[in-house]
Write a protein that binds this ligand. Structure first.
Ligand code: PMP
Length: 452
């Protein structure tokens, strides 16, 4: 036995001794002691086809038997070509230009570099500044972390991060002081425009946002009209729009691109988690023909990519996953069943006033807990309610995704459900029942902690 320590630094679960995984099957995972866990959040919203899907496993095996990885500067492959065709088709032809990577962070990092390169190519090298939003999460590499407003994950690196401007998040439940629900979109669009003007439009490279916020907000879909409004502001000032769909893309919200729902096409977008559904590490930066042609003319293409860019077996996994999602009409199911799942959660928790908000789209659902439903005051951070919910659910055999809202100065506790798109009816019912119990018990405990 080695004495290496397996750690999970930064986990919001608070699970002390990690159980050892044995295998997964469908929506369930089994540890070496035979304990069963229902995967209610697909890990961190990754496993959209559940575990050990025989067709995906077979496709990856077949590819490994042929060749695992063919270097992109020397060869193309069936897998890369087919996945590129699928993504291009699924994005309505808007994004035929793709840089494949191995994670969401690298996808975001690549999007940021493509934006900078675009402005350099156009002779506007002064456009270096990114604008992002508060309560956002874009990844753990230095660039991606720089545009993320997640205090606990940033603190150790402050001083070396890029100078980024943060504007308000688009959160209908927690609106800026004095802003009405009807006035929210106009307020946020104006705030973005004011920031661009303050910095100087000739200095702004891009605005990056998650169309449906994930880990930093506990699933927050932007209000209707928001995406269109920020698209218009960006267009007015030659600022590129980057949609980070690492978590909310690839069908999770019921459309292949989350921004499809808003009828908005960004200039550049990142995808990852659901693309190969965890069967291989795979992400991608997608960019429009407008951007591509500029990069081609000046530099012969995007100046980014890695040794494992277009990894053959990873792309084969992506092809298999995407074909199944389409063949089995899973996005239609996600749309219809997701709305019902939200309703079931609301009904099951109707007596728990501390469940302040249940929201989301498709199989991407967030619940936000508050100490006082009237004022929306959260529980104090020391009560660690989100972690308590995650830990209780885990002990009861349910994996959910607890998030601390204690980022960017905004406190709060949220928990995400992001089931596999093909989760069975009885599994969805089990998720609702186990999560409701975990929330009910943890809220009672949090009240006791605060009272003592
Ligand atoms: N962007 C978003 C929206 C994410 O949710 C995440 C991961 N939670 C990332 C980027 C980073 O992805 P990864 O962890 O695969 O690097």
């Amino acid at each position: 036995m080695s004495n290496a320590k397996i750690t999970s630094t930064g986990s919001s679960y608070g699970v002390q001794a990690l159980p050892k995984i044995a295998y997964g099957k469908g929506s369930y995972l089994y540890d070496v002691n035979g304990k069963r866990y229902l995967d209610g959040s697909g890990g961190p919203a990754v496993y959209c086809l559940g575990h050990a899907h025989p067709e995906v496993t077979e496709a990856v095996k077949e590819q490994l038997d042929r060749i695992a990885h063919a270097y992109r500067y020397l060869f193309t492959s069936d897998a890369v070509e087919e996945l590129t065709e699928i993504i291009t088709r699924n994005t309505g032809g808007h994004f035929p230009n793709i840089v494949y990577v191995c994670s969401g962070s690298e996808a975001v990092e690549s999007c940021m570099k493509i934006a900078l390169q675009y402005h350099t190519a156009r002779g506007e090298k002064s456009r270096r500044r990114f604008i992002s939003r508060r309560r956002s999460w874009h990844g753990n590499t230095l660039g991606a972390l720089s545009v993320s407003d997640f205090k606990t994950r940033r603190d150790a690196f402050e001083g070396s991060l890029l100078d980024v401007t943060f504007v308000s998040s688009a959160n209908a439940y927690r609106r800026p002081e004095g802003v009405s629900a009807e006035g929210l979109v106009a307020y946020l669009a104006q705030e973005l425009e004011d920031e661009i003007l303050k910095i100087g439009p000739d200095k702004v490279a891009a605005f990056i946002f998650e169309p449906v916020v994930g880990a930093a907000g506990g699933v927050v879909p932007a209000p209707e009209g928001y995406a269109r409004a920020v698209r218009d502001v960006c267009d007015r000032y030659g600022v590129l729009l980057i949609g980070d769909e690492v978590m909310c893309g690839s069908g999770r919200t019921g459309t292949w691109r989350a921004l499809e729902h808003d009828g908005v096409v960004p200039d550049i977008m990142s995808i990852a988690k659901g693309l190969a559904a965890g069967y291989q590490p795979l992400g991608a930066a997608l960019y429009s023909d407008k951007v591509h042609e500029t990069l081609m003319a000046a530099h012969g293409g995007a100046m980014t990519g890695h040794t494992f860019t277009g990894h053959t077996a990873a792309c084969a996994a992506g092809v298999a996953v995407q074909k199944i999602v389409t063949r089995d009409r899973l996005m239609e199911r996600v749309t219809a069943r997701g709305a019902q799942l939200q309703a079931e959660l609301r009904a099951a928790l109707a007596d728990v006033a501390e469940v302040g908000d249940v929201r989301g789209r498709g199989f991407f659902i967030g619940l936000e807990m508050v100490a006082d439903p009237e004022t929306k005051e959260p529980f104090p951070a020391y009560a660690s309610l989100h972690a308590a919910i995650g830990r209780r659910a885990f002990e009861a055999g349910l994996i959910c995704y607890p998030c601390t809202g204690n980022v960017g100065g905004v406190a709060g506790d949220t928990v995400i459900l992001a089931p596999p798109y093909n989760a069975r009816e009885e599994e969805l019912a089990e998720m609702v029942a186990t999560l409701s119990s975990a929330i009910r018990e943890s809220v009672a405990e949090a009240h006791r902690t605060v009272a003592n």
